[in-house]
Design a protein. Structure first.
Length: 95
């Protein structure tokens, strides 16, 4: 499970309605995240952890911007405008 995202551990989803999960292969050649969004599921695989983190950031940003999840107070116009510290997992969380 991936409950939090960014430097302050804001909500990655909205428990029971929007749920994120992460995985990586043992040899760390593939990184992935999956979502459950009100009954719809999706899985995304990447060859780079950085690219995976960017994809998660984009999706989490969407939920923050639309008010579906609690995120930073002063969101930029796009996910690309988030500072680097908010484009990766919450430091208090280990996956």
């Amino acid at each position: 499970m991936l409950p939090n995202w960014g430097s302050q551990g804001w909500d990655a989803g909205s428990w029971l309605y929007i749920i994120f999960a992460v995985a990586r292969t043992r040899n760390e050649e593939l990184f992935s995240y999956g979502t459950y969004d009100e009954g719809d599921t999706a899985t995304h695989w990447f060859r780079s952890q950085d690219v995976c983190f960017e994809a998660i950031t984009t999706e989490v940003f969407f939920h923050w911007a639309s008010g579906q999840s609690d995120g930073p107070d002063n969101l930029p116009a796009t996910a690309a405008g988030l500072p680097a510290r908010d484009r990766k997992p919450y430091p208090g969380w280990t996956a």
